[in-house]
Write a protein that binds this ligand. Sequence first.
Ligand code: OSB
Ligand code: MG
Length: 368
Amino acid sequence: MKLSGVELRLISMPLVAPFRTSFGVETTREILLLRAVTDEAEGWGECVAMSDPLYSSEYVHAAVDVLTRFFIPALADVPVLDGTAVAPALARFKGHRMAKAALETAVLDAELRAQGRSMGRELGAVRDRVPCGVSVGIMDSIDELLDAVGGYLDAGYLRIKLKIEPGWDIAPVRAVRERFGDDVLLQVDANTAYTMADARHLAGLDAFDLLLIEQPFDEEDVLGHAELARVVKTPVCLDESITSARAAADAIRLGACQIVNIKPGRVGGYLEARRIHDVCSASGIPVWAGGMLETGIGRAANVALAALPGFTVPGDTSASDRYYRTDITEPFVLDHGYLAVPTGPGIGVTPIPDELAAVTSKVDWLPL
Ligand code: OSB
Ligand code: MG
């Protein structure tokens, strides 16, 4: 496959409702999309970096910069370009995994489209649909939260994840349990908002039979998570800390996680995400598919990944209308709590030209 260039496109997508986490509030998702143009086919990749470096050190404009200056030019030197050649070609550059993931995905999508093979088939999907949960932001009041959770349960979501932070943890969890009962699959995500000094307080969540507590401590505090796991009954899940298959293997060996959230962007791409799945499966650690408020482009590939055998609990792969009034692809629609795994070539979806144009703020063509 010969790459002729990559288009970098910035789009701006208003969320249906503000999404508040312990690290900030998102009202409009600013997203970088990549289109890799080859002599055989075109491929799409969505970069999950956010506007500000609050979830991770990456951010949209840094991704544009590093792709433009280093990553895309580095592909000119690759003799035989396909999806698997991208990570080795970029390996000498440190970090910037979200930017690397977007480029790898665009090239892989082009390759798969040229071959008529689907992402699910490529990654090893064993299901044609995946069970879906929803990530519920921090709200101004418990009443508002209960309304939101009630709406999602009515829509069919099979699992609820509550964002928590100090001052918004035990009370919202208790309220959701009291209103909706003990059968609801329920978990919490702290996005690094706590420290070991909060361990006793977090043990207060043990009473609510949660599936897991996600990333309570700092990204680099793997040992702290291992210590916490010894004093709380709720299973500890890592998100931010798991940046590679090696990081996953280390965290598992340390006893820092009983379950893992896999986000391809966070770990440098779908191929590394699959390796994490494999490492976890070999250790008996269940995994689930995280999300980064993706459009249909990123969602399509996430749903394919979530169809691998080790993804044994519902992920944050929600329907398009949980995020956006109008998606840039055909919308992903929940069917009794499930999303269908795309079956078409590559990621299986493409942007609808008019919808894409309506949200685009900038387009750059980078010839190779
Ligand atoms: O920690 O999982 C997270 C969104 C942006 C950044 C980090 C996270 C999230 C979510 C939303 O929880 C998941 C989604 O529905 O896409
Ligand atoms: Mg998380």
